[in-house]
Write a protein that binds this ligand. Structure first.
Ligand SMILES: NC(=O)c1ccc[n+]([C@@H]2O[C@H](COP(=O)([O-])OP(=O)(O)OC[C@H]3O[C@@H](n4cnc5c(N)ncnc54)[C@H](O)[C@@H]3O)[C@@H](O)[C@H]2O)c1
Length: 279
């Protein structure tokens, strides 16, 4: 991972890649499932949790990328004392059976499942009048239905073990309206509200459900912003901190929400967006 921290021509968004020092010892030995972990934020979450002793199952539509990512993580962490192990499997979150299979994989590989991250997402754009039934079905199928199915599978298991923690990946898009973003932004609004609905219903079973709302984070999903200076300038003009974010900076919020430090927090949505939801 790049450890770049200063503005350079290569780093026009001035992303701060510095690692985070925090450690939550109670998470050591627990197991997480992360969807959409073949690349991007999900892959970083899987690695950084494993670095801190959490075993992980990553599921991704792209089974080959997921397997390669899991191999790379295990290789990189092989010399890290106390690190967890990760397993990567193909999983399409639009299929409820895939989430049930992720639970089964976690129990088979690690004997327990404590934490679940509904991270898989797609970001198609189109003018409102051009949104096709296929695009709508894909966006809602992955971003919304996938969160429901993942949450159901996780909650059914967590009920049998006296609780657990779920984090859903929403977005600053949940509270914003932008041309060409109607399907994505409305899907993320659904994720944010689903999070509170899940929290209210699952709270009595000691299952906490929170969401994170990233702004512009440096991943393949936002590569087009990095590749287009005008788009980058437009994006940065709506970010009070005047830089885009790094996946590691989103991990900070995720790690907190999954940990016992957040044991009385449920139904919350944490923006990690450099302040952009206010602009
Ligand atoms: N990057 C950002 O700026 C940003 C901002 C706000 C929210 N988010 C959200 O954060 C999450 C992660 O985003 P990212 O930037 O890492 O994206 P990414 O595109 O880099 O990675 C998304 C991953 O999800 C996988 N995926 C897609 N459809 C799937 C399916 N049906 N089943 C399982 N996996 C599937 C992809 O194969 C990919 O590996 C998404 O939910 C995204 O909407 C991203």
């Amino acid at each position: 991972m790049t450890q770049q921290t200063t503005p350079t021509e290569d780093n026009p968004g001035r992303v701060d890649y510095a690692p985070l020092p925090a450690i939550n010892p109670e998470l050591v030995g627990r197991t997480v499932v992360i969807t959409g972990a073949g690349r991007g934020m999900g892959a970083l979450f899987l690695e950084e949790l494993a670095r801190r002793g959490v075993n992980g199952v990553g599921g991704d539509l792209d089974a080959a990328a997921m397997a390669a990512t899991a191999d790379e993580i295990n290789t990189r962490l092989s010399g890290v004392a106390g690190a967890g192990r990760v397993v990567g499997v193909g999983a399409d979150v639009t299929d409820p059976a895939a989430s049930e299979a992720l639970v089964a994989t976690a129990l088979r590989e690690f004997g327990r499942l404590d934490l679940w991250v509904n991270n898989a997402g797609v970001f198609p754009q189109a003018e409102f009048t051009d949104i096709s039934p296929e695009q709508l079905a894909l966006t809602y199928g992955v971003n919304v239905n996938g969160v429901v199915y993942g949450g159901q599978a996780a909650a059914r298991h967590f009920r049998t073990v006296d609780g657990g923690a779920i984090v859903n990946m929403a977005s600053v898009a949940a509270v914003r309206a932008r041309p060409t973003r109607a399907s994505y932004n409305s899907s993320k609004a659904a994720v944010k509200h689903l999070t509170t609905c899940m929290a209210v219903e699952l709270g009595p079973d000691n299952i906490r459900v929170n969401s994170i709302a990233p702004g512009y984070i440096d991943t393949e999903m936002t590569r087009w912003v990095r590749d287009d200076q005008a788009a980058m300038n437009r994006a940065l003009s709506t970010v009070p901190l005047r830089r885009i974010g790094a996946p590691m900076e989103v991990f900070g919020a995720l790690y907190f929400l999954l940990s016992d430090s957040a044991r009385y927090i449920t139904g919350a949505n944490i923006p990690v967006d450099g302040g952009s939801q206010h602009v």
